[in-house]
Each structure stands twice: as structure tokens, then as C-alpha cells.
Design a protein around this ligand. Structure first.
Ligand code: BTN
Length: 261
């Protein structure tokens, strides 16, 4: 399945959703945020064949060569900014649904806190959610940026990465992956109630990577090892530290087990 024009890409998205396609751009998240700040009110996907300034979480670059899917969904949720705290888990589940629909064995697709999706233990997608607040901290707009490694992945990534092609031995076109992703995400967003997330968080827990295991945690100011104990209903990662105490984390990254010497 290939698509080249805005019209062909729009036909892949659910009804009532617009799509703007670019062969190459800086960052689809930046394009979506500019459109949101400019007052665009229709839910709109920004999709690119390649990005030359792709952005990842925590200020990292996102390598964005042609062949993978790079897309950002601009939405205007009726919600407070604080209600968006659990949105990353919903988006990760939609990416997981997508990988399964594209041929991955469900048992091979796991969610790594906070919102990476792994196939066979390796990072296969990245999610970057950005939002803007209006008066009274009401959400003005949110941008859900998603990169799917369909064909390429960075070999020198901090957490081991892979591509769908390497894992399922099939080459998936960006248009086919986008069609599935746009529908699975829409389906999950339509049933999203930020005030009632227990079921969705439970689903995330059921496919979580590394739970019950000792892993490296990196935050903006420290790095330590701790046992991953679970996720609470506000999206906090529950940790058991080596001294037996507990800690809840809302920002940071999780890496592999300690190196064996
Ligand atoms: C991560 O660091 O894991 C998040 C990566 C998010 C990458 C996607 S690709 C589409 C969108 N545009 C960007 O510049 N970033 C996101």
C-alpha cells in the first residue's frame, strides 16, 4: 500500500480526521504544535516520509530516515492538562495494538515505562506527547508524536532497538502502518475517560516489560538500580529500592539489568 498525496493519506484515516503529508519535514511534532498554536481546531495527523530534525523524549534526537513511519496527531481534548498524565499509556497500548494487527505475536509486544513499545525486548517505537495549556490549565491542544521503526533502527541507541522488518520478517509500508495506527488510536481515544483509567492502566500492566525485576533507572539528576514493582492508577512507577524502601517515579527512563562481571 502506498500513498503520496494529502488526499490519499486522508483516505487512510478515520472519518472526520484530516491528514497532512510531507515527503520530508523537520519534525511532525513541531508542525502539529505550530498548527495547534495557530488555532487549527480539526483533529489532524501530520505525517512525514522522513524528518531532518526529529525529536525524542528528554531532548534526544530521533533519527528519521525514509522507510519508517513518523507522525503526530493534533487533538483538542476537553480536559485539564493534569488529565493528560495517563495519555502516554493509552498511546503505548494503541501502538501495541498496531504491532499485533501488523503481524507481531501478542506475547512479543511489551510496554516499557513510561511509553516505549518493545518487540522481543527491543525498542520498536517512540512516543513524544506535548501539550499546551490555556486559561485555568485547560488543555488547549495536545500533540501525540509517534515513530514506528518499520525498516530502520539506531544500532547505537541507549536501549537496544529493532525494526518490525527484523522481528516479523516482513516489510510493512508506512501507509499501511499509518492506517492501522490511526484507527487503533482513534478507537482508544474515543473510549478514553481521563477520570476513569484503572482498566486501561490494568491493560498496560498486563503487558509491562521488566516488572518484578531489578533495572537501572535514570532521571534528570540521578541513576540507580531498583526493582520495578508496578504502576499506580495515576501513572506513577512504583519502585523498591535496595534498602527496602519504596519510591514512586513520574519522570525518567528505565534501562536493562546490571551488567554481569
Ligand atoms: C522517544 O524518545 O522515544 C520518542 C520519539 C518520538 C519520535 C516521533 S517521530 C514523529 C514525531 N515527530 C518528532 O519529532 N518526534 C515524534
Amino acid at each position: 500500500m502506498t500513498a503520496t498525496s494529502h488526499k490519499e493519506w486522508r483516505a487512510l484515516a478515520p472519518d472526520g480526521v484530516d491528514v497532512r503529508y510531507f515527503e520530508e519535514c523537520g519534525s511532525t511534532n513541531s508542525l502539529a504544535a505550530e498548527a495547534g498554536a495557530g488555532g487549527l481546531k480539526m483533529p489532524t495527523w501530520f505525517v512525514a516520509g522522513a524528518q531532518n530534525a526529529g525529536r525524542g523524549r528528554r531532548g534526544n534526537a530521533w533519527s528519521s530516515a525514509k522507510g519508517n513511519l513518523y507522525c503526530s496527531y493534533l487533538i483538542q481534548p476537553e480536559a485539564k492538562i493534569s488529565d493528560l498524565a495517563t495519555l502516554p499509556y493509552l498511546v503505548a497500548l494503541a501502538v501495541r495494538d498496531t504491532f499485533i494487527a501488523l503481524g507481531c505475536n501478542p506475547d512479543s509486544v511489551q510496554c516499557k515505562w513510561p511509553n516505549d513499545v518493545l518487540v522481543n525486548g527491543r525498542k520498536t517505537s517512540g512516543i513524544l506527547i506535548e501539550s499546551s495549556a490555556g486559561p485555568a490549565l485547560k488543555c488547549d491542544f495536545a500533540v501525540i508524536g509517534i515513530g514506528l521503526n518499520l525498516r530502520h533502527y539506531p544500532v547505537d541507541a541507549k536501549f537496544p532497538a529493532t525494526s518490525l522488518m527484523d522481528e516479523i520478517d516482513r516489510s510493512i509500508e508506512a501507509a499501511a502502518a499509518f492506517k492501522t495506527l490511526a484507527h487503533t488510536l482513534e478507537h482508544r481515544l474515543n473510549s478514553w475517560d481521563p477520570k476513569s483509567v484503572a482498566k486501561m492502566i490494568g491493560e498496560w500492566r498486563d503487558c509491562a516489560w521488566g516488572m518484578g525485576l531489578r533495572r537501572e533507572i535514570r532521571t534528570s539528576d540521578e541513576s540507580f538500580f531498583a526493582m520495578l514493582e508496578g504502576l499506580d492508577d495515576t501513572g506513577g512507577l512504583l519502585l523498591r529500592l535496595d534498602d527496602g524502601s519504596t519510591k514512586k517515579l513520574y519522570a525518567g527512563e528505565v534501562f536493562g539489568p546490571p551488567r554481569q562481571h
